[in-house]
Design a protein around this ligand. Structure first.
Ligand code: SIN
Length: 336
């Protein structure tokens, strides 16, 4: 019997059991059955996927390698699920990480800190965190910086965590750079008219997790959900249409991109664990090389000063951005 089968023997819901298994601290779980798309692929479930390479027109502009160099995989039993193993050009992830930490948390975007702090206090999260995150040794302090207290940011149509709805009147412009990046990924998967309208950024500390859920608040489910990961690795569990269906576990490393579309658009999923790299051993992909990018690139060089702060942050954290289309063509929000 495999280790995993042994875990699943009791009658308890298979997804919950695996979630608890991978979240467990003592003893730490065995990761040998977690699919690692960055390594040698031993799982019979993994299948190579053919992307629509010619449709990707602006890869280098958004810091992606040429599409013919991307390594894309699907999983047997999950039609519409695509895993692209870090398609980012070396040196371009720092830009996207800085956007997640310095730019996207800014007003008019919305973040968890707005829920219990005044607008003037959440005005400049980055500037107010820089001092404590750029000193060579973390100052002994009682209070965490605002960046370290950031849990989520919403973009475009702002997701309402209480009602689980988007609404017409809570919208701010979706970032143009992230729109272009997401559209390149959508194009490669055959979605030529994907319109990024909402984004949810999740910020994970090394002990964070994300519970079992399905992303169904968007009104049009025929468009993909696109997910980008930066910083520390995580275990991602992809389940079925029913909450209790047994999931498949996979690693998500910095730069990895995942697309949930078609029959996989509404599958249950969760992040039970962040798997921090040993101190000082961040992947070389995360080295900042502030070379001058292409003239029309959206990817700007990241200053050493900004990168020091980003690096300190991601040494113990993970960032995930999910991009969604909320409304189909001609669709509008129901009258409330
Ligand atoms: C999500 O499901 O919304 C985010 C998943 C992740 O952090 O990878």
């Amino acid at each position: 019997m495999s280790k995993m089968a042994a875990v699943m023997e009791s009658g308890e819901d298979a997804f919950k059991q695996l979630f608890k298994f991978y979240k467990r601290r003592k003893p730490p779980p065995d990761f040998s059955e977690v699919i690692d798309f960055s390594g040698k692929l031993c799982s019979g479930k993994v299948v190579p996927i053919k992307l629509n390479l010619t449709a990707v027109s602006d890869a280098s502009i958004v810091g992606l390698r040429p599409a013919q160099d991307w390594r894309a995989f699907g999983l047997q039993g999950y039609p519409g699920f695509v895993f692209i193993s870090n398609p980012f050009r070396k040196g371009s992830q720092p830009f996207w990480i800085r956007q997640c930490l310095k730019t996207y948390p800014q007003k008019p975007n919305v973040c968890n800190l707005d829920m219990h702090m005044s607008p003037s206090d959440t005005q400049d999260i980055w500037e107010r965190s820089v001092h404590s995150l750029s000193s060579p040794t973390p100052p002994r302090r009682q209070e965490k910086s605002l960046l370290e207290r950031l849990r989520w940011v919403t973009l475009g149509y702002h997701y309402n965590w209480d009602t689980k709805l988007y609404s017409e009147d809570h919208y701010t412009p979706f970032p143009a750079d992230l729109q272009l990046l997401s559209q390149q990924i959508a194009l490669s998967c055959g979605f030529s008219d994907f319109r990024p309208q909402a984004g949810i950024l999740n910020y994970y500390r090394s002990d964070s997790s994300l519970g079992i859920h399905v992303d169904e608040s968007e009104l049009d489910h025929s468009r993909p959900l696109i997910s980008f990961c930066f910083g520390q690795s995580a275990i991602f569990l992809l389940g079925g249409k029913q909450r209790q269906d047994p999931p498949t576990a996979m690693f998500m490393h910095s730069g990895d991109v995942m697309v949930m579309s078609g029959q996989s658009r509404l599958l249950y999923h969760a992040v039970p664990r962040i798997v921090p790299a040993p101190p000082g051993l961040l992947p070389s992909e995360l080295q900042n090389s502030p070379t001058s990018p292409d003239t029309n690139s959206v990817v700007e060089p990241v200053s050493e000063q900004d990168w020091t702060v980003c690096l300190r942050y991601i040494e113990s954290s993970r960032i995930n951005m999910t991009v969604r289309q909320v409304l189909g063509p001609g669709q509008s929000f129901p009258q409330s």
